[in-house]
Design a protein around this ligand. Structure first.
Ligand code: PMP
Length: 403
């Protein structure tokens, strides 16, 4: 008998299962709106020109690949601190900001989860309802009892903001609250500036611990605007954690380049926090990979490359917004209008980021797949960043047909 004979089959990742079904589909018009990656107007995953330039330089002058320090490449963490918190941030000058390199955003969440659970093993953790499905798994693995706060309104499009505040107010002191900095996944609904002010106030008054997950910096309004929630929490003077990922905004998904940042109350506290994060990183991965961090550090520190990145990022952001508008217009052109007794789909243009909660039912999503080869998740999430001028009409016609 094998030691593994009692090992049970783990449930399949729903998104990966969708991709497999997509690949096996012989429909020539098939479109994969299930995955969470940005694709360019030709349906390709882009290699940004700023990244290409750095990699060409690296290729012509290969450098030795020694181990990085446990907390990451200093040139990288220094640039990340400035990019996210601002070059003139007081927390940087005061030595209160800890930035450690992690295996992309997911790695940052896991290090944060392990750290926070270790600091306060009795604390609960709250996620938005709904949230990125891996949040639940990562924080459960860190040892947390994971609950949720209301987010997507149950009976209409948009956010149940009063419900959200009510749930946050009711949370026990010390509860960790995971918030999406921008481009909420999966709903696409972000809080307004005023709503953020209220959330920050409630979280502060209730003495909760904010963890701001930022997987899409620059995809909503721009890299400087999209950090507003982090800045508002920092301004309270109470500790805040935030994640950073260059998967989407530099199209470096597979390089796994990210960071965890902890803004502490003073420099002495920051030293102790850093020392504990290093213990966690040391026992998880020992140290982080060199390549992606080197690329990002070069792009962010070189004026020309940085300007090019800002422009390329704006290009991705604008293309998604254009596709949102075209989706709304295309659906209307195919008869999806309130005048025809159908749902008003204009909310899609108001959402941010790569995803849209279409509001379609599971049956409609299955019909989209089986009849039209259009793949989104059963919960109705579609990746608008995978739409382009070649596939949008087919997608609009397909959605109109199943509605
Ligand atoms: N948080 C959210 C909300 C996400 O949507 C994602 C990616 N889908 C991540 C974190 C993690 O991304 P990565 O590990 O690729 O940086």
């Amino acid at each position: 008998m094998s030691v593994f004979s009692s090992v049970e089959m783990a449930p399949r990742d729903p998104i990966l299962g969708l991709t497999e079904a997509f690949l096996a589909d012989t429909n020539p018009n098939k479109v994969n709106l299930g995955v969470g990656v940005y694709q360019d107007e030709n349906g390709k995953l882009p290699v940004l020109a700023c990244v290409r330039t750095v990699e060409q330089q690296m290729g012509s002058e290969p450098k030795p690949r020694g181990y990085l320090p446990i907390d990451g490449l200093a040139a990288y963490t220094t640039e990340v601190a400035k990019l996210v918190h601002g070059a003139d941030a007081a927390e940087i000058a005061d030595g209160r900001l800890v930035t450690v390199q992690t295996l992309s955003g997911t790695g940052a969440l896991r290090v944060a989860g392990d750290f926070l659970h270790q600091v306060n093993p009795g604390a609960k953790l709250l996620l938005s309802d709904p949230s990125w499905e891996n949040h639940q798994a990562v924080f459960t693995r860190s040892g947390f009892e994971v609950g949720s706060y209301r987010y997507k309104a149950a009976d209409r499009d948009g956010i149940d903001f009063e419900g959200m505040l009510e749930d946050l107010r009711a949370a026990e002191k010390g509860t960790v609250v995971v918030l999406h900095a921008c481009c909420h996944n999966p709903t696409g609904y972000d809080l307004s500036e005023e709503q953020w002010d209220q959330v920050v106030q409630v979280v502060t008054e209730a003495e909760l611990v904010p963890l701001v997950d930022m997987a899409y910096q620059g995809f909503a309004e721009g890299p400087e605007q999209d950090v507003k929630a982090i800045k508002k929490f920092v301004a309270t003077g109470r500790p805040v954690l935030n994640t950073v990922s260059f998967a989407k905004n530099m199209s470096l998904y597979g390089e796994r380049v990210g960071a965890l940042q902890v803004t502490c109350t003073d420099a002495e506290e920051a030293k102790r926090v850093l020392s504990q994060l290093k213990v966690l990183i040391r026992t998880m991965v020992s140290s982080s990979p060199t390549h992606g961090a080197t690329v990002v550090a070069q792009v962010l520190s070189d004026e020309t490359l940085r300007a090019q990145w800002t422009k390329e990022l704006a290009g991705m952001r604008e293309r998604i917004k254009t596709m949102r508008r075209k989706l709304v217009e295309g659906l209307a052109a195919h008869g999806v209008t309130p005048e025809n007794g159908k749902k008003d789909m204009s909310f899609i243009a108001e959402q941010n980021g790569m995803f849209s909660f279409s509001g379609l039912s599971k049956e409609q999503m299955v019909a989209l797949r089986e009849k039209h080869g259009v793949y989104g998740t059963d919960k109705g999430r579609i990746c608008v960043a995978a739409l382009n001028d070649k596939n949008i009409d087919h997608v609009c016609a397909a959605i109109a047909d199943v509605m």
